[in-house]
Design a binder for this molecule. Structure first.
Ligand code: ADP
Ligand code: MG
Length: 697
């Protein structure tokens, strides 16, 4: 072990004001008060807040911090911060470093520049931020960052954290009711646990700087397929190149300091694509940490002369990036509720949680799809690399057989002997790590958790986890209502599980999700296939889904509409920005370059002809160049014209962008990409795919 690895335990979390540090630096009474407020979800009293603020400031100053900020997650999907220094005038031109409980628990912010989706009238520009004491403060760039929720003055959630916390409470409450039915009298809380794997691309910074599309939109809007893509399948898990290795090491160090349990790193399928997976934690912390991870990934890349791309589809023709949201429920004593057990009681309980999940995904498949609907993810879902746009659950052979035997009331074939009676029989062991892991399923059961694979790489994981938590709260609540009234628990449990599995088995699919035949089959089963964002977003505002969120007090009706509006507006904003960037690049880079190159070809042609020499190459090339340049110029004109008449109504604008602007852009791209293939390397004005994708290979 070298010094660095020896120091790791000390380094880990060194920039986090975590529980250990609090225990160290707070009075026992204060520490207890904090702990109580976290477990009971009650507000901190001001004297406790004052003591914590003082200790936090002292700790932060000891670590070199000069500022503090309430760190929050507005509905943009990225994080926001506004830094204040600790200094207070102390008379005589001197300052002292101060930070009060009031400043810790509550900050004010001008909310007017954050998207509110109509929740905040402009006269009510203020919002407030309130410390979320369940997530630890940390130091980043000499600033003490205090994870906070962000609300409008009227109390509406303007962020992604508040509803996540509400959904964690809701699922905890209903899950505890179920546990009581199974005789568990001790569990106080059930925790939604999440581990989110993060995919990303790394490219050379110098190349990046030459691409306006990457700078403006995070993805390439032009680029012909390179001679080599990912067909050799040699990048996945391949040896990591030294420069990338150095990046990953640096990244791990930074993440560890911030208490992020970065665990696994490897090369992904596409060239220049990589992945980082942390060890799972509670959903709130996991969401905060994923936001931190994305930010640090970009920052560290810069230090290595690299750029980290988190876009879902930076390059056409090779795999895009997603993040796998691994989700499960665990009790406060560490029992995983999705782990098949070894006693009949445990298995009955497992099957009930599993049934609730299956029912939830079936009933809210449209909503799960909507939470991952963004223009970036449209390039991914349904392409040959990512899950299809149809939501289904992969159970694996063993569990599917168990479910079938319950539904059909037939003998479970592996045991062969008797029919399974829930709560009486012990289920055969379900292999924890089934080897035939299905990579094409949007939602896969992987031993003791579900892996939701539709999430785009740049998205906040808050939205999907809110839906997973809330749908579970809904189903578990309904089950508890029914079973709490039962006089014959085992009989009624059996009936309920059988009934619900029968009703919702259509959502289970163990086959190949990329297969065309599956899309047909899914249609026959009546499953949703919302192919694009435009098809998917309306799920937000169906009465069924509004009822789900309002009945569990996750969102008010207004809060639901606010989120819907923001996503609708974001679609148009993103597509329009991409279109404008395209026009700019065509007008200022691509068209001038191909025109110049064309002239060069014509000049050569003229000279050769004058000398009576053969000039077939020049002639064909000049002709192709001129024809394609005209096509490109026409396509560019059309895009520009269509962009001028985007409807003013938000929903109409979104649909218009989808049906008019996106096809216009595809048309431009196809001509430009063809031109690229017939233009000399020197004459092409921007780095091409092989420059971008293979600089580190
Ligand atoms: P892969 O899917 O690449 O094979 P793993 O299955 O080992 O990787 O884990 C993927 C992620 O799932 C990791 O972030 C891991 O911490 C997380 N994970 C493991 N167990 C659970 C669980 N019970 N609940 C939530 N996440 C989990
Ligand atoms: Mg995975």
């Amino acid at each position: 072990m070298n010094n660095e690895s020896r120091r790791l335990p000390e380094l880990f979390g060194s920039m986090v004001f975590d529980e250990e540090t609090m225990k160290d630096r707070l009075s026992p009474a204060c520490y207890k008060a904090w702990k109580k407020s976290v477990t009971d979800s009650t507000p901190l009293d001001i004297s406790t807040a004052n003591e914590i603020a003082e200790a936090m400031k002292q700790w932060a100053v000891d670590k070199g911090a000069t500022h503090y900020t309430h760190w929050f997650q507005p509905m943009t999907g990225v994080t926001a911060e506004k830094h204040d220094s600790f200094i207070q005038p102390a008379g005589g031109g001197k300052v002292v470093m101060e930070f009060s409980g009031k400043e810790l628990v509550r900050g004010e912010s001008d909310a007017s520049s954050f998207p509110s989706g109509g929740l905040r009238a402009t006269f009510e520009a203020r919002g407030y931020t309130a410390w979320d004491p369940t997530s630890f403060a940390f130091i980043k760039e000499k600033s003490l960052c205090i994870p906070t929720i962000f609300c409008s003055y009227s109390g509406h959630a303007l962020d992604k954290k508040t509803p996540l916390l509400r959904s964690m409470d809701a699922v905890s409450k209903e899950a505890v009711r179920i546990l009581r039915l199974f005789g568990n009298t001790t569990a106080k809380r059930v925790i939604a646990q999440v581990g989110s794997e993060q995919e990303y691309f790394l490219i050379d910074k110098e190349q990046y700087k030459k691409r306006e599309d990457l700078i403006m939109t995070g993805r390439t809007l032009f680029g012909a397929k390179p001679p080599r893509g990912q067909e050799l399948e040699d990048h996945y898990y391949g040896a990591i190149r030294p420069r990338v290795q150095a990046y990953m090491q640096d990244l791990d160090n930074e993440l560890w300091k911030l208490g992020v349990l970065s665990k696994t790193k490897h090369n992904e399928v596409a060239p220049a694509q990589h992945e980082m997976a942390p060890i799972y934690t509670d959903a709130n912390m996991a969401c905060d940490q994923n936001q931190i991870t994305m930010e640090i990934m970009k920052k560290v890349a810069d230090r290595h002369g690299l750029v980290c791309l988190l876009h879902e589809k930076p390059f056409a023709g090779v795999n895009g990036s997603g993040k796998h949201d691994n989700w499960s429920l665990g009790t406060d004593s560490g029992e995983n509720l999705f782990k098949p057990g070894s006693t009949p009681r445990e298995n009955a309980q497992f099957l009930l949680f599993l049934t609730a999940f299956i029912k939830g995904v079936d009933e809210y498949q449209d909503m799960l799809r909507a939470t991952v609907a963004t223009p970036g993810n449209d390039h991914r879902l349904g392409a040959q690399e990512a899950p299809p746009a149809v939501v289904s659950i992969f159970m694996g052979e063993e569990l599917s057989a168990v479910i079938d035997s319950i539904i059909d009331d037939t003998a479970y074939t592996n045991t062969g002997k008797r029919n399974l009676h829930i709560g009486v029989d012990t289920m055969p062991p379900i292999p924890m790590d089934n080897t035939d892991r299905n990579r094409t399923s949007p939602m896969a059961f992987t031993g003791n958790k579900f892996e939701f694979r539709m999430v785009g790489s740049s998205l906040s994981i808050s939205g999907p986890n809110i839906v997973l938590n809330t749908m579970m709260a809904e189903e578990l609540g309904k089950f508890a209502d029914e079973l709490e009234k039962s006089n014959d628990f085992h009989h009624d449990l059996n009936t309920l599980i059988r009934r619900e599995l029968t009703a919702h088995k259509r959502i289970i699919f163990d086959g190949n999700g990329y297969d065309e035949a599956w899309i047909e089959e899914a249609k026959r089963r009546g499953l949703c296939n919302n192919i694009s964002t435009v098809d998917a977003l309306p799920a937000y505002i169906t009465e069924k889904n509004i009822e789900l969120f309002t009945s569990h007090a996750i969102y008010t009706r207004d809060e639901v509409f606010a989120r819907y509006n923001i996503h609708v507006q974001n679609y148009t904003a993103t597509i329009s920005m991409e279109a404008r960037t395209m026009i700019d690049m065509m007008r200022k880079e691509i068209l001038p370059a191909v025109s110049m190159y064309g002239s060069q070809l014509c000049l050569g042609l003229e000279r050769r002809k004058a000398l009576g020499l053969p000039a077939k190459y020049e002639e064909t090339n000049a002709l192709n160049n001129c024809m394609l340049a005209d096509c490109l110029s026409d396509a560019c004109d059309k895009l520009e014209r269509d962009l001028r008449i985007v409807p003013s109504d938000d929903e109409e604008a979104m649909r218009y962008c989808h049906t008019v602007i996106v096809p216009d852009m595809n048309e431009c791209r196809s001509f430009a990409d063809e031109l690229e293939t017939i233009t000399s390397r020197d004459a092409w004005p921007i780095p091409v795919y092989s420059d971008l994708l293979f600089s580190e290979i």
